[in-house]
Design a protein around this ligand. Structure first.
Ligand code: GLC
Length: 466
């Protein structure tokens, strides 16, 4: 963000580097491919740094380096149109080769720019090979000896798995690296980075524990258990400037915890925009998510019909994904035309209007490394209903009243069951309907700190241990 992004990783790399730079304690530089998605507005600001050729097995590939400084961070864009001038960021038959090129280019670039960082921090499988190449191919060259590495797992489901036949031809590695690269009989880039990195982190403390187990690790549990001494979890933050209900120009009416009555204007505006009956007094539920099972969509499908049928509520769904869920929600809209809107698309601006409008936000993920939507929803004054997993567990604590003390900042449940989701959603609706309880809870929710400040400090501490 804001150059090219498809999901949460894009959000994190759009805000963590600036937060690190803002501490004044680090010179932060981000390297990314020069994707086709980069708009002309940004392209015009690029400065040409250098050009060189990247050795990748028998290949000899052009690499242009362009830079841009934003919010105290230097961004380097690596240009090669054969690899990156494509209709999407990833999802191509040759992704293995594309990211091998990228990782090798990152290491080459250090020498060409004479900039050897103290810490190389690689994110997810696409960047995993940079850590591997540093250890296996570059370590003995002058300048590279002291670089330390952190590898961050944003989602362990995507590991970068390939057949061994391309170990030499595409990945430029040999039999010496066979054991390092191997998991379950195939090349596994994430596994190799976990082995090579000095520290491995993931995006919430809870997920760092979960991925030590077979239930969550997608086959990497033994690798992680073996490396658990270097594993930690640091909760993500969100961009408090981009997500700011007090100054957001993209929403109908700005508001704060002290002017919650203004939030209702956003609901009326969204109802108008989507053709739902315009009513302030009806609680609006929302789901903003990739429509995939592991986001808990099956739980929603299990119980949402009953919730909509039995309650005076509205439901807005935004997202695309698996066809069966797209059909499910479109069908639900047909059945309840006055209550349900299924917006089968990915639209950042629209998502902010929904966050601002909605009263209750549903996020019952099966697994969730961190999750940002529950934080964004909270910032925009929506009560989160979440399943207790990963970052959802770390960021949202159960609401309950003990005498005059209020605990928690949302509604949570542990089992993977539609019935529990339904029951907690009913409880959230009940609190929303009680004006005093609603005000007290929303004030607390909106004041919960999900900014990057604390987490950026944690990353600096992690770097310092190296
Ligand atoms: C991935 C995870 C998500 C996390 C994001 C940023 O998209 O699935 O839980 O919030 O990365 O770290």
């Amino acid at each position: 963000m804001p150059f090219s992004a498809t999901g949460g990783l894009g959000d994190v790399l759009g805000s963590l580097p600036a937060a690190l730079a803002a501490t004044g304690k680090a010179d932060v530089r981000v390297v990314l491919p020069l994707y086709e998605a980069l708009s002309n507005e940004w392209r015009r600001q690029l400065k040409e740094e250098t050009v060189f050729y990247v050795p990748l097995s028998w290949r000899h590939q052009y690499c242009g380096v362009y830079s841009l400084v934003k919010d105290g961070v230097t961004y380097y864009f690596l240009d090669n149109e054969y690899y990156f001038k494509r209709s999407a960021l990833y999802g191509f038959f040759d992704d293995g080769e594309r990211y091998a090129f990228f990782c090798m280019a990152v290491l080459e670039m250090m020498e060409k720019l004479q900039f050897y960082p103290d810490v190389l921090h690689a994110h997810d499988w696409q960047a995993a090979l940079s850590v591997v190449y540093l250890n296996c191919l570059y370590r003995c060259r002058p300048g590279y000896e002291n670089i330390r590495t952190v590898f961050t797992i944003h989602n362990i489901e995507y590991q970068g798995k390939y057949d061994f036949s391309i170990l030499g031809d595409v990945f430029s590695l040999g039999e010496n690296e066979h054991t390092l690269m191997e998991n379950d009989g195939c090349i596994n880039l994430m596994k190799a980075a976990i082995e090579c990195a000095d520290r491995v982190s993931t995006v919430s403390p809870r997920y760092a524990e979960e991925i030590l187990t077979a239930e969550y690790a997608h086959g990497l549990e033994s690798t992680l258990c073996r490396n658990r001494g270097k594993l930690s979890g640091i909760l993500n933050g969100i961009d408090y400037v981009y997500y700011d209900p007090q100054h957001d120009k993209g929403i109908a009416k700005t508001f704060t915890a002290r002017s919650l009555h203004n939030k209702a204007q956003n609901k009326l505006a969204l109802q108008k925009e989507t053709g739902l009956p315009q009513r302030e007094d009806v609680p609006m539920l929302a789901v903003i998510s990739r429509l995939a099972s592991h986001k808990g969509l099956d739980l929603i499908a299990d119980c949402i019909c009953r919730i909509v049928e039995e309650n005076d509520v509205q439901l807005v769904v935004l997202g695309k994904g698996e066809a069966r869920y797209e059909f499910f929600f479109s069908d639900l809209q047909h059945r309840f035309p006055d209550k349900v809107r299924a917006l089968i698309t990915y639209d950042r601006d629209l998502s902010k209007r929904i966050y601002a409008a909605t009263d209750i936000f549903l996020m019952p993920s099966r697994s969730e490394p961190c999750g940002l939507s529950q934080m964004i929803a909270s910032r925009y004054g929506a009560i989160p209903v979440v399943r207790e997993t990963g970052g959802l567990y770390d960021s949202i604590k159960p609401y309950w009243i003990e005498g005059t003390t209020m605990h928690g900042n949302g509604f949570t449940f542990a089992g993977y069951s539609g019935e529990e989701l339904r029951e907690r959603t009913q409880a959230a609706i009940a609190v929303w309907r009680d004006p005093n309880a609603r005000k007290a809870l929303l004030t607390k929710i909106m004041k919960t700190d999900f900014s990057w400040g604390t987490s950026a400090k944690r990353y600096l501490e992690l770097y310092a241990t190296l």
